[in-house]
Design a protein. Structure first.
Lengths: 248, 351
């Protein structure tokens, strides 16, 4: 089995590497010190198992796992943690594998054996409900086999486009798999629905105005001329948009 | 800051007893009667008339006492809303007005009815005597209320400090992470592992020491430095701590275990959350007999919600308040780039 080790602390990675290398049926194919790097390596190296630290700077382990779980062939994930009462309760509830640091050899082997039997989708549920409900800091776009992480803070708006959702951000646009409804729920505090098919970042709205035809539009703020787009606001959503802009 | 106002209001209810309660009224009446006896004893009473004089005096004083109780009963919640000092001044003023009013009424009554009770004084003289006596009695009573409320408050504070000292015991997260680091070092760098075990033991020992004691800055900085050494093993290049405390007298006293928890906070909420780490700055200055220590850390960009528990900070705050009451300050400044905790306290050298 190919194993990827993810931890922001070097001594912690060393120890896991040593423990894994003791078992002949396992090979460490890489290590990452943060979530973004872990996603890239996972997409590149296709590990069978990822040993994933929960508390990491930037994208934490839970969010990293949620992104990984959407890959075509997601790896089995075993979380490693020193002390997270809430996380552990949730893992137990959702039958998600974890080991506690300092990691015990037997415990790690046991978790690795179980890893393949991990229930699919439980990670998604974990991130969406209950104790560990968190907003993602990035959304993940796939361009062929390439992986692109888009910081949520950079996103201007999401636009439903038939099967996919187009993410318009500071550096262009990409397609992602999430549904608009799902995104609306997850980022409800920073995005507002302005149209049946468009979800806009409240912080990127410069003004709400009327065009020559009397249609309400939001003008976006952006660094470049082409970022300063103007989007149609449907009548149904107008009152809500006005309220959210006022309340920001 | 909702917590501060909560504390003030709950504290405010401690310092005046409930003057509507029967128990308090009984005590007030008892004190009033004792005052009447003292006043009558001190006055020149013709032989054989002591009891009659006492009765007259009691009538007057008890009347005043009961009225005061009634006023205090109504005014208490209103008065306690203002600060402690202002509340006492307000009460003094209220009671003084009440007393003078009553004196005036008594004077007018004796003028009207004449014979049975004769006030052997001029109008102004009578009012002045009333004012003087009541001022002294009211001042004494207030002093008593003030001291006993301070005493109660210090008991509450001490109990809180004791509890939070227990809570301040090293974060489990830190403990297990350190153990993990040591487990890794045992094989790779046995000498470092050895030192880490020693450091961790020293740190635990310092944590188990009685948190009430004050310690010297030198020792307190040493504990923080030991802590820093352990975290450095784990975080490597990501952690940098810049110490600029040469200006501080090493023999100055400080509540123990106050710098280390703040450094721990700076690392846990600041450095650990940054992929490339950053620098914690510990800066100290002496200004005459005032000392100032600040601990600051870089902040995680675009994270609006503060995902920290404020336990360590609250704990430090309480311990400073207990040690120096109003003579110290724990300030927090929080801008976009850095988070900074500042401690201001008097320089007291160890004997």
């Amino acid at each position: 089995m190919k194993v990827l080790i993810v931890d922001d602390e070097q001594p912690a990675r060393e120890r896991l590497k040593f423990l894994v290398s003791e078992n002949d049926s396992l090979t460490v194919i890489g290590e990452a010190s943060n979530g973004e790097q872990a996603l890239r390596l996972t997409s590149e190296l296709q590990p069978d198992v990822v040993l994933l630290d929960i508390r990491m700077p930037g994208m934490n382990g839970i969010e990293t796992a949620r992104h990984m779980d959407r890959f075509d062939e997601p790896p089995a994930i075993i979380f490693t943690t020193a002390y997270d009462e809430y996380a552990i309760d949730a893992f137990d509830a959702h039958a998600i594998g974890y080991v506690l640091k300092p990691v015990r050899r037997e415990r790690l082997e046991h978790a690795l054996k179980q890893a393949s039997r991990l229930a699919r989708n439980s990670l998604q549920q974990l991130g969406e409900s209950g104790e560990l409900a968190t907003q993602r800091s990035h959304v993940c776009a796939r361009i062929g086999t390439e992986l692109k992480l888009i910081p949520v803070a950079d996103i201007l708006y999401f636009q439903a486009d038939q099967k996919y959702v187009r993410v318009r951000h500071g550096h262009g646009d990409n397609l992602i798999d999430d549904s608009l409804k799902f995104l609306e729920g997850e980022f409800s505090d920073s995005f507002v629905r302005i149209h049946r098919s468009v979800l806009v970042s409240i912080h990127h709205i410069e003004a709400l105005e009327k065009d020559q035809d009397g249609q309400a539009r939001v003008r976006l703020r952006g660094d470049s001329e082409e970022d300063r787009e103007s989007l149609l606001v449907s009548r149904r959503h107008l009152a809500d948009v006005r309220r959210r802009i006022k309340g920001r | 800051m909702p917590s501060a106002t909560d504390a003030e209001t709950s504290e405010a209810h401690v310092y005046l007893p409930d003057f509507c309660a029967a128990g308090t009224i009984l005590i007030v009446l008892l004190v009033a009667e004792l005052v009447s006896i003292v006043l009558t004893l001190a006055a020149h009473t013709p032989p054989g008339t002591f009891l009659t004089e006492l009765a007259k005096m009691s009538l007057y004083v008890l009347w005043l006492a009961l009225l005061s109780c009634a006023v205090l009963c109504k005014a208490r919640t209103w008065v306690e809303r203002s600060g402690k000092m202002r509340a006492f001044l307000l009460l003094f003023f209220l009671l003084e007005v009440l007393c003078l009013l009553l004196a005036e009424v008594a004077y007018q009554l004796t003028e009207y009815f004449g014979q049975s009770v004769i006030i052997d004084d001029t109008h102004v003289g009578f009012l002045f005597r009333n004012f003087a006596i009541s001022s002294i009695v009211i001042a004494l009573a207030m002093r008593y209320l003030y001291v006993s409320s301070e005493w109660r408050r210090s008991i509450v504070l001490e109990a809180q400090a004791r509890i939070s000292a227990l809570q301040a015991l090293i974060r489990p997260h830190f403990l297990f992470n350190s153990m993990n680091t040591i487990a890794s070092l045992v094989r790779a760098a046995p000498e470092k592992a050895e030192q880490a075990v020693e450091d961790l033991s020293d740190l635990l020992r310092a944590n188990l020491r009685n948190a009430h004691n004050r310690t010297t800055l030198e020792d307190e900085f040493e504990v923080a430095a030991i802590y820093q050494r352990i975290e450095k093993l784990r975080l490597g290049d990501r952690l940098d701590v810049h110490w600029d405390t040469g200006d501080l007298p090493p023999d100055a006293l400080i509540p123990s275990l106050t710098i280390q928890p703040l450094l721990e906070n700076a690392i846990y909420h600041g450095i650990e959350q940054l992929p490339d780490g950053g620098e914690v700055v510990i800066d100290g200055q002496r200004d005459g007999d005032r000392l100032r220590i600040s601990i600051s850390n870089p902040k995680v960009a675009n994270r609006s919600r503060a995902d920290g528990n404020r336990m360590a900070l609250d704990n430090v705050r309480q311990r400073f308040e207990l040690a120096y009451s109003a003579n110290s300050e724990v300030r927090v400044s929080d801008n976009e780039k850095r988070y900074c905790v500042e401690l201001l306290f008097p320089y007291e050298a160890r004997e």
